[in-house]
Design a protein. Structure first.
Length: 281
């Protein structure tokens, strides 16, 4: 089943179509094999047993995968260097490596304990996915080092996303793309509320000069994908082992009144292209 995954906030119909697609089945097959072959990786997750089978990642991974495959097709015959920013340790960069004919995959995360895990997985698979420990606000890479950067559900958990966006812009080549996803809290306390998500989208669009999600208020429709709806049907897809406790922690952290009782989020996915024209720093 061929499917075009749209940017923005997904609706429930598109979400269901993606899960039933051949693209999702391909991701699912690789993820299943990866988890079986490398239990050391699964032991590091903590938040979920299986990153793909999580309410938002079932949309995010296919979106990012399809966008990167499109870029690889457009750049056929050229070496393509890819950065996974805030990578954690998952199946995804190893799957992308199988699609590269020439180029590199580099993962970057603040957690230094991931380095030996990448080493073990690379040795076991005969792969060469690089890992660098670093703060995303100060990436250890030269200017214009990468053709593609992807960042999956990281920016909403940071307090300095402007600095991170500047670093992404610095290390990305002119004409390169950033594929980014981030959760949007709809309960008034979870990261990040719609108005802040709109500012984040505008920040990236302003810095890069081209986005496939228009700047401005983000509209969450009645049929938008929401964690509360997915969790009601498939609670195993929620990453919170104790949802009420997680929500209460968010209330305490924000020190503000929530707009509803209990956690509820949606997700936004977008692709941004770095202008080939000089931009102001």
């Amino acid at each position: 089943m061929s499917i075009e995954i749209p940017s923005g906030i997904p609706n429930q119909s598109d979400y269901g179509s993606v899960i039933g697609s051949a693209l999702f089945a391909e991701l699912e097959g690789f993820s299943r094999e990866f988890l079986t072959a490398h239990p050391v990786v699964q032991a590091t997750y903590g938040w979920v047993d299986d990153p793909l089978h999580q309410w938002s990642r079932q949309w995010e991974y296919p979106f990012v995968y399809q966008r990167i495959l499109g870029e690889l097709e457009d750049r056929a015959g050229a070496a393509v260097d890819i950065l996974d920013a805030g990578s954690g340790a998952t199946f995804f960069p190893f799957m992308l490596e199988t699609k590269l004919t020439e180029g590199t995959i580099t993962c970057c995360d603040y957690d230094a304990s991931l380095e030996p895990i990448f080493k073990t997985v690379n040795e076991g698979r005969g792969s060469a996915v690089a890992f660098r420990q670093a703060d995303l606000r100060g990436l250890p890479f030269d200017d214009a080092s990468f053709d593609i950067i992807y960042c999956i559900s990281v920016l909403e958990h940071t307090d300095n996303y402007e600095e991170i966006v500047d670093e992404f812009h610095r290390v990305l080549k002119p004409g390169g793309v950033l594929v980014a996803t981030f959760d949007i809290g709809l309960d008034g306390v979870s990261d990040i509320p719609p108005d802040a998500a709109a500012r984040l989208n505008l920040c990236i669009e302003t810095r890069f000069g081209d986005s496939d999600v228009a700047p401005g208020p983000l509209e969450v429709a009645a049929d938008s994908v929401m964690s509360v709806n997915i969790g009601a049907e498939n609670p195993e897809l929620l990453p919170w082992r104790f949802p009420l406790l997680s929500w209460l922690k968010a209330v305490w952290k924000r020190k503000k009144l929530p707009t509803r009782i209990g956690k509820n989020l949606t997700v936004l996915c977008a692709q941004y292209t770095k202008s080939t024209k000089p931009t102001k720093p």
